[in-house]
Design a protein around this ligand. Sequence first.
Ligand SMILES: [Zn+2]
Length: 288
Amino acid sequence: MDLRKLFLKANNEPETNGLLPRSRHIVCKGCGRRTPVARVRREFFVCPSCGRYYTMRARRRILMLTDKRSFVELDRDLVSRNVLGFAEYDDKLAAAREKSREKEAVICGTATIEGHAACIFAMDSYFMMGSMGAVVGEKITRLFEYATEHHMPVVGVTVSGGARMQEGMISLMQMSKVSAAAARHGDAGNLYIVLLTDPTTGGVDASFAMQGDITLAEPGARVGFAGPRVIEKSLNQALPKDFQRAERVLACGFIDAIVPRDRQRTVIGNLLGLHEPAARKDGSDGRL
Ligand SMILES: [Zn+2]
């Protein structure tokens, strides 16, 4: 397949991943204007003309949120297997790896944010729409366990279509597994900040995306469990235009704040600083 076509097709994602020369423009789906990729990068992947938020890849997201060269990845080599023998799952996994150039739909590790040590995970919608299978669940669980052991906060960036149907009950089980690890992390007095991005839905929304001590969201992000069409059909009534959008979810009390991209690093850094113990139990000053 032509990689450039694949790149242009996918949500106008300006992340190049080496697929597109730096001098290229992207055409905004919101306003139709052409903007150089380099400028889009400088503008935090937001259209400078109409303010539309572009999809961000997980690694780009981590780069944006963390201090330069501070990110150390954990469990990079965990890969999914087709344990149920689900038809075409192997092919889909291979295609997702090729398309995303990632091994799975979440990236986990440690970093500093504005000088404050944290464990961080970011989901990637380019890998099977950020769906949660056994490996996604396992990586995030391990991250929470690492953070609990080292008395560190967790910062999570979610984007997901929900549980990965090709893994059946095994994928649903990840909801309780990650939730239990997040609860143990919280019970030990550690902070969990979650940033909901568009879309955060299904089994991810119904588990660790909603367990943050502080829940932030990007403007306009869709946050919900079932899709609006399903709800509309079952209720047999029209839903408001902003249904499941972050602004409405905020008004309903499920989100603490909506934070634009250019402020996310500062806001999260400040929150980590406010909650950082004066002296870490291991005697360090709380920094990596
Ligand atoms: Zn635009």
